[in-house]
Ligand binder design. Structure first.
Ligand SMILES: N[C@@H](CCC[C@H](N)C(=O)O)C(=O)O
Length: 258
């Protein structure tokens, strides 16, 4: 059987997209999803996303990591899915959709996709790191000389050593100036560094504000695969109106034997 797929990327975080509005895709087929994400034998991606119907909303997002397992929210994936919905003609420049962490609103302007993320209030400050959930769990840690930092080795050590089997994504951050930061992320479920992680840079921006490394509420992040902006309001320790903005682009469409 042939499966039609679409490849999208957001700051280098790349995804296989499948239009599953007819519900034909077997979500329990972990091996198939891992195969489609495999960079040597399949299409190649950090994750796979199904676009499905949702009553009263534009669509529903179902996200799987490249290991084939369904996971929690993916910020760059959500932005790419909005771009995909626009490509399919389901939406024009705005969208409301459901994901595993609830309702998301998004807009497309001047080629950039802006996605509203969940509110964040529970933020755990540890001696050398911050842990918070921006739709997915994130450890955020400042390091010196991020460019030469061994993200894969240290990320894997913390992911399993501190957070166990359930795990966490691990973000390493270097401050550039008052509102600019560089971030590199080790993603669970990919079990490697990716070029960018949307929920990760959102977590990094909030963590930097919470620990007074910045007083800004518009933070600019350099990921390996490109630049992202995070804006938020904060009142009584609650971060709301959190928006993640950046490019989300169509790469190619294809068919694969499955
Ligand atoms: N790349 C994502 C995060 C995807 C989820 C993550 N790997 C997990 O399982 O927690 C993003 O852009 O947010």
């Amino acid at each position: 059987m042939k499966l039609t797929f679409y490849k999208f990327q957001g700051t280098g975080n790349d995804f296989v997209m499948v239009d599953n509005r007819q519900n034909l895709f077997d979500k329990k087929d972990t091996k198939l999803i891992a195969f489609l994400c495999d960079r040597r034998f399949g299409v190649g991606a950090d994750g796979l996303i199904l676009l499905e119907n949702e009553d009263g909303l534009d669509f529903k997002m179902v996200y799987f990591n490249s290991d084939g397992n369904e996971s929690t929210m993916c910020g760059n994936g959500g932005r790419c899915l909005v771009s995909f919905a626009n490509y399919l003609g389901i939406i024009e420049n705005s969208a409301s959709f459901n994901a595993i962490d609830g309702l998301h609103k998004a807009s497309i302007k001047e080629g950039l996709v802006s996605l509203q993320m969940k509110n964040v209030s529970e933020i755990k400050e540890k001696p050398n790191a911050v842990f918070l959930d921006t739709g997915s769990p994130h450890h955020v840690q400042l390091v010196a000389n991020l460019k030469d930092f061994n993200v894969k080795k240290e990320g894997a050590r913390l992911r399993y050593g501190v957070y166990g089997e359930k795990g966490s994504n691990i973000n390493f951050v270097e401050q550039i100036d008052a509102v600019n930061f560089s971030v590199r992320t080790y993603e669970r479920g990919v079990e490697d560094e990716t070029l960018s992680c949307g929920t990760g840079v959102t977590a990094a921006a909030i963590a930097m504000h919470k620990t007074a490394k910045t007083a800004g509420n518009e933070i600019y992040i350099k990921a390996l695969g490109g630049d992202l902006t995070i804006r938020f309001d904060v009142e009584d320790g609650v971060y709301s109106n959190v928006f993640l903005t950046g490019p989300a682009k169509f790469v190619f469409k294809g068919e694969i034997d499955v």
